[in-house]
Write a protein that binds this ligand. Sequence first.
Ligand code: 13P
Length: 494
Amino acid sequence: MRRLFQRSGRMKNLATSRDGCTRSTSWITYMDGTTKTASSSCRYVFVGRLGIVRYTTATILHIREWLPHGEEKVLLLQLQEGPTFNQRNVTPAEEKVMKQRTARSRAARCAIARDTRRSADGMRPALHTQNMTTYFSRLDVQLQEELKKTAEAILASGKGILAVDETNEGIGKLLKNVGLENTENNRRRYRELLFTTPDLAEHISAVILYDETVYQKTDDGTPFIELLNKLNIIPGIKVDKDVTALFLSEDEMTTQGLDDLGKRCAAYKKQGCRFAKWRCPVKIGLNTPSVRAINDTATILARYASICQSEGLVPIVEPDVLLDGDHDIERAQKVTEVVLAAVYKALNDHHVFLEGTLLKPNMVTPGQGCTKKSTPKEIAIATRTALLRGVPAAVPGIAFLSGGQTEEEATLNLNEINKVQGKKPWILTFSYGRALQASVWQTWAGKDENLVKAQKELLKRTKANGLASLGNYEAGTAISAAGDETNYSANYKY
Ligand code: 13P
């Protein structure tokens, strides 16, 4: 039989195939000097020389282009010349180095696969390690669906979020104002008042709880979370561990709580929470916010959001550009735009599934000390403009914080924001703390006999804001106990 080829064999570990595995490649050198390779799994194009007599792992660097799917018939290996591979010309020392490198790169790929919870199948190792933002593992499809559904349920038409996630210290000040001691039971009594408000679910789709509240019960022993679920109100949880000074900054802050966040999220999920909230305050001053503070805020929010999603909680992302200061509305708008752009860049870098998130931003208003006041319409236009510039349309909804506005201001501004003509890719609703509770505190005054009246105050505000979330609120139609009283206090700690 005529001899068609002069040598053949298998080259081990020549390169890494697109599915992340190291495989051997068969080769044949024909009598006419051409070399053909065959491999069921390795589809790559080499450019440049492979070297006449030896192959080394350096050849891997010559991979320039992965063949797209569906082009299996394209030449597997393109050689510029007709070299012959000769394993015997690889010295034992080279062979050893090659093996070490291959083992190292495989270990690195496996680590990435572990971290991203994806099997090594389908990974493109070289590109994956070089460019984390373009190659990543998508969230499990079922998890995506779950997160999306929760986010959409929170955004039910004409409804918003009741934020009752004051820290024990924060609620302590409010209890003191009504002459009560800051005890576990008094904190529980107040929250029971809120959750047992008849018809609360008419305009409230979700509540944000504080850690302690997750485990508390009503007087008759019903866990708060069970009660909320029965009402079709989704329980969520504040997971940041509050602010601390950003060292060597101009009075800026950073937030804490990332270290054990995964574990805490898993525990809250088990208790029945379906979403989380993390607030990062941003201060406007002469030289602030600094780039460092903005980047810090963005990265922290992105890490938080990614951890929440990994545990099945919808993250509410809250960059809060504070009312503190005497800046005008233009400055507030620019800062809000810059912060939002940084936050969404970071969320994308961290592969956060945007459809399974919500944004809780400040409205764009002049600083508390600014002498030039703005109308609700001006606030609405500045807010919508900033959001359109910084928030991707993939985000399903935006639930504003009230940030120290009076109850009526917060309602009027939300109403105008929804009335402004033009593009509006998200649902725009409320996630108020102070602007839903100021009248409740004032009316309750810590006395059981005022409970029903206080609950009615809560309903007035939830209804007014429910209407405002649809742009249907008539100014002045919800007269509540604390209507026009300011809720602002400098350096407010929630
Ligand atoms: P306010 O509406 O009082 O600003 O509350 C903000 C907040 O983050 C509560 O969760």
